[in-house]
Design a protein around this ligand. Structure first.
Ligand code: FAD
Length: 479
C-alpha cells in the first residue's frame, strides 16, 4: 500500500506556503497519498467565544479550500466531534502512518496538541507539528538575558533583526485515496446559527486579492491613514490571518518586495504596517508564556480590581446592552458597534475607543467586552483580542497607563471630524450638523429623532475611573 499521511487542517486553510501540508506531501513521497481532513466542532446553539459571522466565514473558507484541493487532485475529508478521537479513527480506517499539522499557539489549541501527542505515542502513530501561524513563535524572540519580552518595542527590534523565511510553494499535486467517508461541508445551521453580518469573501484567492492592492496602495500611506476609520487605510487582512488564508510570511515578503521601489516616506509606512504584524506575534508569544492572561490582568497591581458598572442603572446588564447594540448616545461608539454588528469587523481605532468606553466610562469588566468581541468578530483572535482589551483597560503589557483615558468626543474630533464614519453607520445622524457630532449636547437632549441622548457624562465617569484605580492601589498597600 502507498504511504498515507493525514494533514489535519486547523486554522491554515490555504495550499500555498502551508508548512505542514507541504511537509506531509514531501514525506508521503511521489507515490504516497495525503488525506487532508478538517474536524468541525459539534457545539450547538451558542458559544462563549465565537458566533455566526466567524462560523459563516469559516464555512466559506472550507468550501474554497475543498475546491483548491480538488484542483490539485486531493479531496478534503470532513469529520465532526473531538479532534483527537476523530484523528485516531481516521488513522485506523485509512492505515495512515502519520498525522501532520500546524501548531496553534493559543492555550486551547495547545491542550488538544498535548492530547494528540499522547494518543499518537500510545498508538505508535507518527506526529509532526509545525510552526506556521507566526514568522517567529514562542521562544524565538528573547531578551539578551534569554528571558521573555514583556514590552513591545524591544521585542519588535529583535523581531525585525532576525532572518526571515521565504514563503514555500504550493504542492503541485496531492493524491487522496478514494472511499474515505466524509460528512458534507459544514454550514451555519449545523451549529444552530443563522446568518448575521455581511462578511468579506472567504478563501485563499480572495485573501491574496486583498493583499495585492493593499501593498501597492494604502500601505504607502498607512502611517497617515491607518487611524481614520472612514478610510480603507488598513489592509483588512485580519480575518485572513486568523484563518490562515494567507500567511504572515507571504505578507512580509509582499510588503518587502514592494518597499524596494519606495521613497523613504513610503518605507516608513511599510515598517509601521509590518510592526502591526509584529504586534500580533508579540501577543501570541505573551499568551504562550502567560496563558493565565485569559483569566487575569497581566499587571499584578490590577488583579482583583472591582468593575462596579455605571451608577444609576439598577440592572447592571442594561448599560452593557446599550454598548453592544450601539445605543449609547455617543456617535463614535455607536458607529463602531454598528459596524461590528453589520460586518463582523471593526476598525482598530474604533476598537480602542469602544474598549476604553466599556472599561473607563461604563466601568465594566474588560472580560465582558473581550468575550463579546470574540463572539462578534470575524477575525476574533484570542491573543490579539486579549492583548487589545487589556491594553485598553490599562491592565496589560505596554498598557495605556490607567490614567490615560480616551475622551470619545476628542477622539471624534481627531479621527472623524467630518462625521463620515459616524454617518455611514448611524443613519439617524445623517442629517445632523458636524458640530453636534463632536461635543456632548449642552442641553443633554437627543441630537436627532430616534437617537438616544448620551447615557453618561464622560468627565464624571473619567473621574470615577481614576478614583476606582487609585482606591484599588491604595487597598494593596493598606491591606
Ligand atoms: C480591543 C481590541 C480587540 C482586538 N481584537 C482583535 C482580534 O480579535 N483579532 C485581531 O486580529 N486583531 C484584534 N485587534 C487588533 C486590531 O484591531 C486588528 O488586528 C485590526 O483592526 C485588523 O484590521 P486590519 O487587518 O486592517 O489591520 P492592519 O492595520 O492592516 O494590520 C495588519 C495586521 O496586523 C495585525 N494587527 C494589527 N493591529 C494589531 C494589534 N493592535 N494587535 C495585534 N495584531 C494587530 C492584524 O493581524 C492585522 O490584520 C484588537 C484590537 C483592540 C484594541
Amino acid at each position: 500500500m502507498a504511504k498515507r499521511i493525514i494533514h489535519w487542517f486547523r486554522r491554515d486553510f490555504r495550499i500555498a506556503d502551508n508548512t505542514a501540508l507541504l511537509a506531509a506531501v514531501t514525506a508521503a513521497g511521489s507515490d504516497g497519498e495525503v488525506i487532508p481532513v478538517y474536524i468541525a466542532s459539534d457545539w450547538k446553539g451558542s458559544h462563549e467565544w465565537t458566533g455566526p459571522a466567524r462560523q459563516e466565514f469559516l464555512c466559506g473558507c472550507l468550501a474554497s479550500l475543498a475546491k483548491n484541493l480538488e484542483a490539485i487532485g486531493g479531496r478534503l475529508i470532513i469529520r465532526k466531534g473531538d479532534a483527537v478521537v476523530e484523528l485516531e479513527k481516521l488513522t485506523a480506517e485509512t492505515g495512515a502512518t502519520a498525522i501532520f499539522a500546524n501548531r496553534d499557539p493559543d492555550p486551547f489549541g495547545r491542550a488538544v496538541e498535548a492530547q494528540l501527542e499522547k494518543m499518537a505515542s500510545d498508538k505508535g502513530i507518527g506526529l509532526s507539528l509545525h510552526k506556521d501561524v507566526c514568522i517567529h513563535e514562542r521562544d524565538e524572540v528573547r531578551t539578551g538575558q534569554d528571558t521573555v519580552f514583556r514590552v513591545f518595542t524591544p521585542y519588535s527590534k529583535v523581531w525585525f533583526g532576525l532572518p526571515k523565511p521565504t514563503p514555500l510553494p504550493a504542492p503541485k499535486r496531492i493524491s487522496t485515496p478514494g472511499g474515505i467517508a466524509s460528512l458534507p461541508l459544514p454550514k451555519l445551521s449545523d451549529w444552530g446559527l443563522t446568518p448575521g453580518a455581511a462578511t468579506l469573501e472567504p478563501g485563499e484567492r480572495a485573501a491574496r486579492e486583498r493583499l495585492k492592492p493593499f501593498v501597492a496602495g494604502p500601505m504607502v500611506t498607512y502611517g497617515e491613514q491607518r487611524d481614520i476609520p472612514s478610510l480603507a487605510g488598513t489592509s483588512h487582512l485580519s480575518q485572513d490571518l486568523r484563518f490562515g488564508l494567507i500567511s504572515p510570511r507571504q505578507i512580509y515578503a509582499a510588503a518587502k518586495r514592494f518597499e524596494e521601489g519606495l521613497p523613504p516616506e513610503g518605507r516608513k509606512s511599510t515598517m509601521k504596517f509590518l510592526a502591526e504584524i509584529v504586534w500580533r506575534e508579540f501577543y501570541m508569544q505573551l499568551l504562550w508564556h502567560y496563558p493565565e492572561l485569559l483569566e487575569q490582568e497581566f499587571n499584578p497591581t490590577w488583579r482583583g480590581m472591582e468593575w462596579p458598572g455605571l451608577p444609576g442603572y439598577p440592572d447592571a446588564a442594561e448599560p452593557f446592552q446599550h454598548w453592544c447594540e450601539g445605543r449609547t448616545g455617543f456617535p463614535i461608539i455607536d458607529a463602531a458597534m454598528r459596524q461590528l454588528a453589520a460586518t463582523g469587523w471593526m476598525h482598530n481605532r474604533a476598537r480602542m475607543i469602544t474598549a476604553m468606553f466599556l472599561t473607563k466610562d461604563l466601568h465594566l469588566d474588560w472580560r465582558l467586552g473581550e468575550a463579546f468581541f470574540m463572539r462578534s468578530l470575524v477575525d476574533g483572535e484570542i491573543a490579539s483580542n486579549n492583548g487589545g482589551w487589556q491594553w485598553s483597560a490599562g491592565t496589560g503589557a505596554d498598557a495605556a497607563p490607567y490614567f490615560r483615558i480616551q475622551n470619545p468626543w476628542s477622539q471624534t474630533k481627531r479621527y472623524d471630524p467630518e462625521g463620515i464614519y459616524i454617518r455611514k453607520w448611524v443613519p439617524e445622524l445623517r442629517n445632523v450638523s458636524n458640530a453636534s457630532l463632536l461635543e456632548a449636547p449642552a442641553d443633554g437632549r437627543p441630537i436627532a429623532p430616534g437617537y438616544p441622548a448620551p447615557m453618561l457624562d464622560h468627565s464624571t465617569e473619567r473621574d470615577r475611573t481614576l478614583d476606582l484605580f487609585a482606591r484599588h492601589k491604595a487597598s494593596l498597600t493598606s491591606g
